[in-house]
Every structure is written in structure tokens, then in C-alpha cells.
Design a protein around this ligand. Structure first.
Ligand code: F6P
Length: 460
């Protein structure tokens, strides 16, 4: 191959530029041109195909900085619809016009689903990313456990998963974790530690919502911030137990910090946080009210006198507050773990394309002997019997539903990722970057301005 394309799809994550950088560095070595498509699949759906040459004369453009969060080529939640044959053939023609011989998509499960229809026409490889850490499998044949159950709502069935019996082994995880996850955990855990001191000082109960959709990995990782209680989507909320643990904690220390994943569900499996029926363009439910729903439950169950009788607060409403870590989890400088493995996975994706793999995924494997290393699987390994790719749920054994905390297995899962996740340069960047006097004197200069000058179009 002489020329390949690359795009970043779905929500941004901190490691996208690092992954792009790894891919381009490898391509420079192999003397392969890399064309970056602007705003993910949206570029391919546009007849003008806005794109950027990421390595003219096989040297990386200076805007591509692996330590800079987000993605210099932009991202979107536009996906190619495989049933729309017209769009698919138009895209294939556009890629042929640009002499693109293979395509790397950096994304998560939505991107892998979207890439499928193109893989019938040209070699494609996915380099993973998502802060949700939900691209992967807990064990090799996990997709076989998905079944369709009839239900009243469209499309007339819903998916249920039957977890295979047998001991869970961390070494069998397919794609142990995804670039972006470590930085998101770093931000959330730090946020939780900061909110703690307010809860302590004002005798409050803080409920902090983290992202992750229906996968609880982010909430699990937030355990590094030492919350008292963690609530995860994989374990339906047990209200009595939550109230009991909250009271035990508050009685002892006059404050409590509760972390909840945005996708937590009630005992019937209904989303607590789906306040609205809005869906995002990729078809995901917008989850925005989990922490507020839990606050409402606690206000009702604890009541005002619980707080006023000991003069610890004016009312339940005043004592219990919610905060979302929000998009700060997704933005900014990636920490060392994400930068390093993002780059490795990007580089490996180039190798996979050039070795003639079609429709495969560059993955991060882990075992006790070798630690982390890159590997690959065929995209079909992620599909259920109907061809659908599901977001990975956190394995239930990572959590102790009685203590409402991370379990021993959960701790064992996190430790290899975070033991050396922060680099000295991360701390140096913080020291030098934030309070630099230039931040006050100079207006922000967006990289988009520089990259815009490099954008080319199919029609010249
Ligand atoms: O999938 C990544 C993610 O950050 C989720 O955790 C979250 O629910 C969603 O994206 C938010 O999407 P948006 O940035 O479109 O609001």
C-alpha cells in the first residue's frame, strides 16, 4: 500500500492524537502516505471529502501533537449505514478517487459497526479508543451469550446476555482497556477527591455522576478517589442497601461521597438517568439524570429530621447535592498510559493493514507474564450471532454489591493499568502549563485554525 486513510469517529477521547501520531510515525517508516479524513465518517459522506495530508514527504505535520487531547482531524457521531448501498458505493468511489488502499478507523463499538460495510470493499482496521472502556470482551466467546427476547417496543425484541459459567480470568479479556479510559479515570478520581472536602466541611452527601453509558468501568476506576459508595449500571440499584450504607457512613463521618455511573438502572432494569427520550445520532440513549434520581430517592428516604435533629444541615435537600464530572473526563492532555498505548495501537493498525488484514482490530492484551502488549483480532470476534457488536459491560465480579464498593477482582483489574499510568512529564506539564504567564496575555489559538489551512477537497 502506498496511501491509506485514517479517521476518528464517535466522541473525542484524550488519546486520539496519540493514536494518530503512532499510526503516522509507523507509516513514515514504511513510506506510506496517510490521509486524515475530517470529522470521521462525515467526511466520507460528503462529496467533497474534506481531508488533510498527515505526512507530506513522509514527515508528520507539526500540528499532530500526541500530548494534545481531542483530535486534530475532528470527530463526529455520523456513521455509514450499511443498508444504504447507494451511500456505500459513493464512499467506495470517493476513496478510489483519492487512491486510498486501506482505511484505519479510530473508534469504539459504534465505529466498528459502521466500518463493517466498508470492509467488504477495501481493507479496514480499527484502532480502539473510548473513555467508556466498553470496546472489548470479558472472555473470547462472550458474544455467543447474547439472546433476543421478545418485547412490546420496537423492534419487537431486546437483547439479554447470559454470562458463561466458570471462573473469570483477567488474562482472557479481549482488549483489556482502551486508550482514553486511564485519563478519564484520572480526571474523575481527582474530581471526587476535591468534592470530598466540601462534603466534609459542610456535612453534606455528594452524589457524583461519571460517564460510561451502560458500562461501569469509569465509575469503577473512580474508586481511586475513595468514594464511600459506588453504584454501577451492571448491578441494579438496591435502594434499601443504598440507604443503609449511606446512613452508616454519614452517622460515622458526617459526610458521604457516592459515585454513580450515568447508566445505573433500577431493580426492573430501567435507566434511572434517562430523563429524556432523546437519542444521539448514533442511536445511543442520552443519559443525564442518574445522580439527580438517586438524590431524589435519598431525600425521600432520609427525610429532613435526619439532618435537622443533629443540627447537621437545614434539610435533606440542602444536605444532598449532585455534581457531574462531565466532559472534563474526555478532554485535555492524555496521561502517559494512554499516550503510549494509543500510539502503539495506532502503529500496529498500520502494520495490520499492510500485512493484508481485512476487517481486523488492533487490541491491547495483558497477561501476568508479559504485561501489556499489542495484538489483533478479527472484527467478527466481537459480533453476536446476528452480527451486532455490543458495548462491553464491566464483568460483575469487579464489584461487591453488598459493600457497594469495588471487589478484590476489580482492584486486580485496575492495578496493572494505573500502577505507572502517570508520567513525570505529566506532572511537569501541569507545573509549567497552567500558570504560564502567556495564558493570561495571549488569546487561545485553536489548532483548528492551523489544520483548516491544510484541508484539501476531492474537487480541488
Ligand atoms: O461514549 C463516550 C461518552 O462520553 C459517554 O460516556 C457519554 O454518555 C457520551 O459519550 C456523551 O456524549 P456527548 O459528548 O455527545 O454528550
Amino acid at each position: 500500500m502506498k496511501r491509506i486513510g485514517i479517521l476518528t469517529a464517535g466522541g473525542d477521547t484524550p488519546a486520539l492524537n496519540a493514536t494518530l501520531h503512532g499510526a503516522v510515525t509507523r507509516a513514515n517508516k514504511l513510506r506510506v502516505e496517510v490521509i486524515g479524513f475530517i470529522k470521521g465518517f462525515s467526511s466520507l459522506l460528503n462529496p467533497r471529502v474534506p481531508h488533510v495530508r498527515l505526512n507530506p514527504l513522509f514527515s508528520t505535520i507539526p500540528e499532530l501533537d500526541p500530548t494534545y487531547g481531542g483530535t486534530i482531524i475532528g470527530a463526529s457521531r455520523d456513521y455509514v449505514d450499511g443498508h444504504d448501498q447507494k451511500s456505500v458505493s459513493e464512499i467506495v468511489m470517493r476513496l478510489a478517487h483519492l487512491k486510498i488502499e486501506g482505511l484505519i478507523c479510530i473508534g469504539g463499538d459504534g465505529t466498528l459497526n459502521g466500518m463493517q460495510c466498508l470492509s467488504d470493499h477495501l481493507p479496514t482496521v480499527l484502532a480502539p479508543k473510548t473513555i467508556d472502556n466498553d470496546l472489548g470482551l470479558n472472555y473470547r466467546h462472550e458474544p455467543d451469550g447474547w439472546q433476543r427476547e421478545p418485547c412490546a417496543e420496537a423492534p419487537g425484541y431486546r437483547y439479554v446476555h447470559h454470562t458463561a459459567a466458570g471462573a473469570f480470568d483477567l488474562e482472557q479479556m479481549v482488549n483489556y482497556c482502551t486508550p482514553g479510559y486511564a485519563t478519564a479515570v484520572y480526571v474523575s478520581a481527582g474530581g471526587i477527591q476535591r468534592i470530598r472536602t466540601t462534603a466534609e466541611s459542610h456535612r453534606r452527601i455528594a452524589i457524583i455522576e461519571v460517564m460510561g453509558r451502560h458500562s461501569g468501568y469509569l465509575a469503577l476506576g473512580a474508586a481511586y478517589g475513595q468514594p464511600d459508595i459506588v453504584l454501577l449500571p451492571e448491578h441494579p440499584l438496591d435502594v434499601d442497601r443504598l440507604v443503609q450504607r449511606t446512613v452508616e457512613t454519614y452517622d460515622l463521618q458526617k459526610n458521604a461521597v457516592i459515585v454513580c455511573g450515568e447508566g445505573v438502572v433500577d431493580s426492573q432494569g430501567n435507566d434511572l438517568g434517562a430523563e429524556t427520550v432523546t437519542t444521539d445520532p448514533a442511536g445511543n440513549k442520552t443519559l443525564s439524570g442518574a445522580a439527580e434520581a438517586i438524590r431524589k430517592i435519598l431525600i425521600e428516604r432520609l427525610g429532613d429530621t435526619y439532618f435537622t435533629s443533629k443540627r447537621r444541615n437545614e434539610s435533606a435537600k440542602a444536605a444532598i447535592f449532585t455534581r457531574k464530572v462531565g466532559h472534563t473526563q474526555r478532554g485535555g492532555r492524555p496521561i502517559l498510559f494512554d499516550r503510549f498505548y494509543g500510539a502503539q495501537l495506532g502503529g500496529h493498525a498500520v502494520d495490520l493493514l499492510l500485512e493484508g488484514n481485512i476487517n481486523s482490530v488492533s487490541i491491547l492484551a495483558w497477561n501476568r507474564k508479559r504485561g501489556f502488549h499489542v495484538a489483533s483480532v478479527h472484527a467478527n470476534d466481537f459480533r453476536d450471532r446476528w452480527g451486532h457488536i455490543h458495548a462491553r459491560k464491566m464483568h460483575p465480579s469487579f464489584y461487591d454489591p453488598h459493600a457497594l464498593r469495588i471487589s478484590r477482582t476489580g482492584i486486580e483489574y485496575l492495578m496493572p493499568i494505573f500502577a505507572n499510568a502517570l508520567g513525570d512529564d505529566d506532572l511537569a506539564a501541569l507545573r509549567q502549563g497552567l500558570f504560564a504567564s502567556g495564558n493570561l496575555t495571549q488569546p487561545y489559538h485553536s489548532l483548528n485554525v492551523d489544520v483548516n489551512k491544510r484541508i484539501c477537497f476531492l474537487d480541488g
